[in-house]
Design a protein around this ligand. Structure first.
Ligand code: NAD
Ligand code: MG
Length: 390
C-alpha cells in the first residue's frame, strides 16, 4: 500500500490523481492533501478521502478549513502557512509524493521530497526548470525516484523503458506540442487576444497558468528545459513538433533510426496511473484510443517568430543555470498580469525578454540561490510591467 501526499490536491492534476487513487483502494491511499488557498475545495476533497493530514498555504484560510472539516466530522492534523506543503513532502509517513502545485511555489516542496528520498511523481515542471541540475543531483544523492507526470516527459520515459534504453542510445527527443488555440490560426492578431480566448485550449483541460503557457508556447519552452534535465539530453537534440491532435504524446528516436512513440487520448489520468504503478501497469478508466477513427495525425515545425517564448527557452538553456529561473519567474508575473487585464498577450514574451536582459545574477549553487534569483526575476518583471501596460 502506497501512502501518498498529494500537493496541489484541488487543482486539475490533483483531482485527476485523486480519481486514479479512488479506483485502486487496494494499492493506494491519499494520506495527505495540500492546497494553496481554496479551503472549500480542500475540505470537500479531504472529507471524501479522509487523509491523515491536510495543509493549506494561505494562513488566513486555516480557520475556514478547520471549521469545514470539523463540520464533516474529520479530526486529523491541519498544517498551514507557506511551508506546510514542504513539510508534508518530507514527512516520513508518506512514501510517495504527487507534486501538482503550480509555479515556482513548488520548488521548495520538490527539493524536500527529493532530499527525503521519496517516490516523487512530478507534475510541477517549474521546479525542474528552476532546480535544474541541482534538483537532479539531490534526487540522485538521496536515492529518490523521480517519475515525470507531464504527459510528454511521461511518454519519453515510457518510450525509453519500453525500448529497454538507459537513454545513451537515444539520438533525438521529439517533443509534441498541440500548438494551443492560436498556432494553427495565423489570422489571429496575438496583440488583441483576450484571456478568455487564450484559456480555451483545444485538446487538454488544465489549470489557468498552464493554459496560458500553452497558448504562448511557453509551456513547450518550459518542457524543453524540463526534458533537458530529466533525461540529461542536450537541447540541440530536442525537437519540438506541432501535433494538433495530441494523440502522440512524444517520441524518442534511437541511434539506429527507429522512432518509438507513446499514443493515447488526452487525459492526464493516463500518465498519473503509469507513474503510480511503475514499473507495473494498472487498469485505467481513460477513454481508449480508437485507432481506426482517430483521423489523420499531422506533424509540423513550430512558428518561433510568432511565438518567441519557445526560442527564448532554448536560448535560456545555453545561457547558464540562472536564465531558466529568470525566464520562469518573469513568465509567471507576466501571465498573472495578462489574466488581470494589465498587459496584452503578445507582451508576455516581450516582458520575459526584458527581464532576461535586465538581470545577470551569478550561477546558483543551491536551493536558496535559486529562490533568490526567482525573487529578483519577479521583482524585475513587476517593475517592467508598466512598460508593457495596455
Ligand atoms: P491548477 O491551477 O489547476 O492547480 C494548482 C494547485 O496548486 C491547486 O491545488 C492549488 O491550490 C495549489 N497551489 C497553488 N499555490 C500553492 C502553494 N503556494 N502551496 C500549495 N499549493 C498551492 O494547476 P494544474 O493544471 O493542476 O497544474 C499543476 C502543475 O502541473 C503545473 O506545474 C503544471 O505545469 C503541471 N502540469 C499540468 C498539466 C495539466 O493537464 N493540468 C499537465 C502537465 C503538467
Ligand atoms: Mg506537458
Amino acid at each position: 500500500m502506497q501512502n501518498i501526499a498529494i500537493l496541489g490536491a484541488t487543482g486539475s492534476i490533483g483531482r485527476s490523481a485523486l480519481a486514479v487513487i479512488a479506483n485502486h483502494p487496494d494499492r493506494y491511499r491519499a494520506g495527505a492533501l495540500a492546497a494553496g488557498s481554496d479551503a472549500k475545495a480542500l475540505a470537500a476533497a479531504a472529507l471524501a478521502v479522509r487523509p491523515q493530514a491536510v495543509a493549506i498555504a494561505d494562513e488566513a484560510k486555516r480557520s475556514e478549513l478547520a471549521a469545514l472539516l470539523a463540520e464533516g466530522g474529520w479530526k486529523g492534523e491541519i498544517l498551514s502557512g507557506p511551508g506546510a506543503a514542504e513539510q508534508l513532502a518530507a514527512d516520513a509517513r508518506f512514501d510517495t509524493v504527487i507534486h501538482a502545485i503550480v509555479g515556482a511555489a513548488g520548488v521548495r516542496p520538490a527539493f524536500a521530497a527529493a532530499a527525503a528520498g521519496k517516490r516523487l511523481l512530478l507534475a510541477n515542471k517549474e521546479s525542474v526548470v528552476c532546480g535544474g541540475e541541482i534538483l537532479m543531483r539531490t534526487v540522485r544523492e538521496s536515492g529518490a525516484t523521480l517519475l515525470p507526470v507531464d504527459s510528454e516527459h511521461n511518454a519519453i520515459f515510457q518510450c525509453l523503458h519500453a525500448a529497454g534504453s538507459s537513454g545513451r542510445d537515444a539520438a533525438r527527443i521529439w517533443l509534441t506540442c498541440s500548438g494551443g488555440p492560436f498556432h494553427a490560426r495565423p489570422e489571429v492578431d496575438l496583440a488583441r487576444v483576450t484571456p478568455e480566448q487564450a484559456l480555451a485550449h483545444p485538446t487538454w483541460k488544465m489549470g489557468r497558468k498552464i493554459s496560458i503557457d500553452s497558448a504562448t508556447l511557453m509551456n513547450k519552452g518550459l518542457e524543453v528545459i524540463e526534458a533537458h534535465h530529466l533525461f540529461d539530453f542536450p537541447p540541440e537534440r530536442i525537437s519540438v513538433v506541432i501535433h494538433p491532435q495530441s494523440v502522440v504524446h512524444s517520441m524518442v528516436e534511437f541511434a539506429d533510426g527507429a522512432v518509438v512513440a507513446e499514443l493515447g487520448t488526452a487525459d492526464m489520468k493516463l500518465p498519473i496511473a503509469y507513474c503510480l504503478a511503475y514499473p507495473e501497469r494498472i487498469a485505467g478508466d481513460v477513454k481508449r484510443l480508437d485507432i481506426t477513427r482517430m483521423g489523420p495525425l499531422t506533424f509540423s515545425e513550430p512558428d518561433t517568430g510568432r511565438f518567441p517564448l519557445l526560442a527564448l527557452a532554448f536560448e535560456a538553456i545555453s545561457s547558464g543555470a540562472a536564465s531558466p529561473i529568470i525566464l520562469n519567474g518573469a513568465n509567471e508575473v507576466a501571465v498573472e498580469a495578462f489574466l488581470a487585464g494589465k498587459i496584452g498577450f503578445a507582451a508576455i514574451g516581450a516582458l520575459c525578454r526584458d527581464a532576461l536582459d535586465a538581470l545577470s545574477p551569478a550561477e546558483p549553487s543551491g536551493l536558496e540561490d535559486i529562490l533568490e534569483i526567482d525573487r529578483m526575476a519577479r521583482e524585475a518583471a513587476r517593475s517592467l510591467t508598466a512598460r508593457h501596460a495596455i
